[in-house]
Design a binder for this molecule. Structure first.
Ligand code: NAD
Length: 320
């Protein structure tokens, strides 16, 4: 039986990865600084602990473990990443987790490791237009991310690649582009646009008003969680190290995302644009490399994922 460690198992993507690995017959240990808020984890062992502590990391990484999935990071949506208030924590906490995990993986001769980087590593200067044709992997340099979160991700990408080069560790790196779906943060300040739009629409009466940061013309693409998990598993089973984009190329403005949520809810809404952090003007995933290397690209439409997410958030609100 293959043995895997999922770091950040108490979070959105980590929780879904635990479920998938169990379905595939793995023995799974999850580790997180907090319990999962929205689901009962099915892992064989769950360790509540801080990956910034190298002793904890030494305890959770076993000799010759087959696979590690490193999702743990201090992160959130625009309201967390772009205000500047959390910059030191974001850089320190996430870097500490990565420094400890990659080093222990080499010490314990782990078979392979997955690292979750982000579209936030791409330079701000090539995302100034709402009409973004897609960020190709080789556009990452010359570097210039728009947040300290992005700079830490870039540093850690390079560190994992250096460990592969110098210590022979098998590394696989993906740059996620806005992953969303059920069992993700949907309130409290760390939620991202799809969950925030669903929640705001679900909370109001038909013909009500929602608030939105900025003019709503900024564009993004969003990838449903099931697609993300499938792509990560394919990457881990391939001989390609990356970094590779895991994202959708279905671009949409935040205004239209809100209107899509309203349409799913069967409500008419009014959008009140207020000042707030918005990030870059336009961002989209470019998927040539993933098609070429993994013979795969996401198939589900944004609308399908938003319907599932809206239903889940409506249920959360009803039971709150
Ligand atoms: P999440 O916040 O739901 O999960 C991250 C988990 O890491 C949390 O449960 C958190 O408690 C845990 N964690 C943080 N610090 C820790 C520590 N010191 N010790 C142990 N656990 C710790 O986020 P997510 O959406 O599941 O993202 C997973 C990974 O994917 C992150 O690295 C994130 O940066 C990356 N990513 C996500 C997206 C996205 O759209 N969700 C986009 C790009 C990159």
């Amino acid at each position: 039986m293959k043995k895997a460690l999922v770091c950040g198992a108490g979070g959105f993507i980590g929780g879904h990865m635990v479920k998938r690995l169990k379905e595939e017959g793995y023995w799974v240990r999850g580790v997180d600084i907090k319990e999962h808020e929205y689901t009962e984890l099915t892992c064989d062992e769950f360790v509540l602990g801080d990956l910034r502590d190298p002793r904890l990391v030494a305890d959770v990484v076993d000799d010759n473990m087959d696979e590690i999935y490193q999702f743990a990071a201090d992160m959130g949506g625009a309201g967390y990443i772009f205000t500047g208030e959390h910059d030191a924590n974001v850089m320190h906490n996430s870097a500490m987790c990565n420094l400890n995990v990659v080093d222990e993986a080499v010490r314990k001769s782990v078979g392979k490791i997955f690292y979750s980087s982000s579209a936030c590593i791409y330079p701000e200067s090539i995302q100034m237009d709402t009409d973004n044709e897609g960020l190709k992997e080789d556009m990452a340099y010359p570097a210039g991310p728009d947040s300290e979160y992005g700079w830490e991700k870039l540093f850690s990408e390079r560190m994992y690649m250096a460990y592969q080069r110098n210590h022979g560790l098998e590394v696989h790196i993906a740059r996620f582009h806005n992953i969303f779906g059920p069992c993700g943060t949907w309130c409290g300040g760390k939620e991202k646009a799809p969950a925030a739009m669903c929640r705001k629409v679900a909370e109001i009466e038909a013909d009500g008003e929602i608030e939105m940061w900025g003019d709503g013309k900024q564009t993004r693409s969003f990838l449903f969680i099931d697609e993300c998990i499938e792509a990560v598993r394919r990457l881990m089973n391939s001989d390609f190290s990356g970094p590779i984009n895991i994202g959708s190329d279905e671009i949409i403005s935040i205004n239209d995302l809100a209107l899509m949520s309203a349409d799913i809810a069967g409500k008419k809404i009014h959008i009140n644009h207020i000042p707030g952090p918005t990030g870059v003007r336009g961002r989209n995933s470019e998927n040539t490399l993933i098609k070429e290397k993994l013979g795969w690209a996401p198939a589900q439409s944004l609308r399908m994922g938003m319907e599932k997410t809206y239903t889940w958030i409506e249920q959360q609100l009803a039971t709150k």
